[in-house]
Design a protein around this ligand. Structure first.
Ligand code: TYD
Ligand code: MG
Length: 453
């Protein structure tokens, strides 16, 4: 007879080890191992044929599975549906996270209300009382629909209700406020959060009930709770605020059923979040035609955005000139300033440089190099760039300009919003355009844009 022994299982990733260890070698989480007695009757005996008592599984060909016509829950809010990958996938577990007060509860209520027009939706408000939710729902015009509410925060009861009633979607606002009554760990603590998410994942997968959670964010800007929460759920969406206007950006940072980094734009108004489907019109109308301003285009998710770069260079009064840069990598701006200084003899090293991307956006693309260079030069010479122009190109360390990919998509988008001039690298091939095209082979040629005595 095999001796009954115990094993230790990581509560995070189910890694198994015969001895207790502090840190899981598989998922690197600490203090996650719990002892569990091995069932000797289920064990495979050494030398046996390997038969186990669990019933065998019947395997299937993927081709034998038909696509469920109704596999997505559409909210019919274009910005939301696009970011989540074409509507929430049935049986998925997703989380919307963001700073307090950014509009998570508002969004969840509006989404719930929209989906409830065609599906059964249960809304669990674990932070606000039903009276508070009623007030909010009335303000948002979400009180009349078929959406059903509860302020229950006991997760076992929530799950039992969902199992019994089988709604299409349950919304829990927020997961951090739920508790598991039979758990020894503290409500809202890391361990309970993980257990709660695990149980909700099982509910979603086993019963094909879609689960949408809201979650808080820490001061560092990551989701409160262990990173593992992000690994466990199917999709993570961040709701962020931009500094200008009342704009809210919904961004997919993980999505098993759609693309990541997809973005949707909303505006917080007195009657809730309103979709902004013409974000580029907003951005272009806000852009100034002043020295230091350059318009570029970068792709966010699947769409090109037209963003204004703003530079201010001013002779430094300090020994070490200041570099105050936001929205773009500090090193990228410093490097381009160095290239301009080296090849054009502009004395940027004796100037303070202030640099930002309008609207509080953050960009990473090297196709913004030319825009950064021209914004800096435009401020340095105090001369604006040609009106209604967009700049697209990469700059090498040797000062040469390089073509960028997908240029047609950027140009078509820019044309829609009245852009008339394209400032590009000389080796950039483009399709026919009504814009005036100016091409530059190296940073030397950029001076032709400015009248310099
Ligand atoms: P809320 O959805 O409660 O944020 P979160 O759940 O992320 O903490 O949003 C709260 C903020 O939104 C609050 O400052 C008021 C504002 N707001 C509006 O401007 N218009 C509205 O219609 C609503 C409901 C809220
Ligand atoms: Mg809230």
């Amino acid at each position: 007879m095999a001796k009954a022994s115990s094993k230790f299982i990581c509560s995070t990733c189910r890694y198994t080890t015969p001895k207790w260890i502090g840190c899981c070698p598989n998922c690197n989480e600490w203090e996650t191992f719990a002892e569990q007695a091995s069932d000797p009757s289920a064990a495979v005996r050494p030398g046996s044929s390997g038969n186990v008592r669990a019933p065998s599984i019947s395997m299937v060909h993927l081709s034998s599975l038909s696509h469920d016509q109704d596999e997505r829950l559409l909210a019919n809010l274009r910005e939301w549906d696009r970011v989540v990958g074409g509507g929430l996938m049935r049986g998925s577990l997703s989380i919307v996270t963001g700073d307090p007060g950014i509009g998570k509860s508002t969004l969840m209520l509006q989404i719930g209300n929209q989906i409830a027009k065609e599906h059964r939706v249960f809304y669990f408000s674990t932070e606000e009382s039903l009276k508070q939710v009623k007030q909010r729902a009335e303000r948002l015009g979400c009180a009349s629909a078929q959406l059903l509410f509860s302020d229950e925060a006991n997760l076992e009861r929530i799950i039992a209700t969902a199992e019994q009633e089988k709604p299409d979607l349950i919304i829990i606002d927020s997961i951090q406020n739920c508790y598991l009554p039979d758990s020894d760990s503290t409500p809202g603590g890391v361990s309970q959060l993980r257990d709660s998410t695990f149980r909700l994942m099982r509910l979603a997968k086993d019963r094909t009930i879609t689960v949408l959670l809201s979650g808080h964010i820490t001061k560092e800007g990551t989701m409160a709770g262990p990173k593992i929460l992000e690994h466990m759920v199917d999709a993570v969406f961040y709701l962020q605020g931009e500094d200008q206007w009342q704009t809210r950006v919904l961004r997919s940072v993980k999505n098993r059923f759609g693309t990541i980094n997809e973005v949707g734009f909303f505006e917080m108004e007195s009657n809730g979040l309103v979709e902004v489907s013409n974000i580029n019109e907003h951005l272009v109308s806000e852009a100034s035609h002043a020295p230091g301003s350059a318009l570029i285009s970068v792709v966010e998710g699947s769409r090109p955005l037209l963003l204004e770069l703003q530079a201010l260079t001013i002779e430094s009064k300090m020994g070490i000139p200041q570099r105050v840069i936001s929205g773009v990598d500090h090193k990228q701006v410093v490097l381009i300033a160095a290239i301009l200084e080296k090849y054009l003899q502009v004395r940027l090293s004796a100037h303070d440089i202030f640099f930002k991307v309008s609207g509080g956006f953050k960009i990473k693309s090297s196709s913004a190099d030319l825009g950064i260079a021209l914004a800096l030069l435009s401020s340095y010479f105090q001369q604006p760039l040609p009106e209604k122009s967009i700049t697209l190109g990469e700059i090498s360390l040797t000062g040469q300009l390089k073509a960028i990919n997908q240029i047609t998509m950027y140009i078509r988008e820019a044309e829609k919003f009245g852009i008339r001039n394209l400032l590009l690298a000389s080796n950039q091939n483009i399709e026919r355009t009504d814009c005036t095209v100016k091409k530059f082979s190296s940073v030397y040629n950029l001076l032709s844009l400015f009248s310099i005595e």
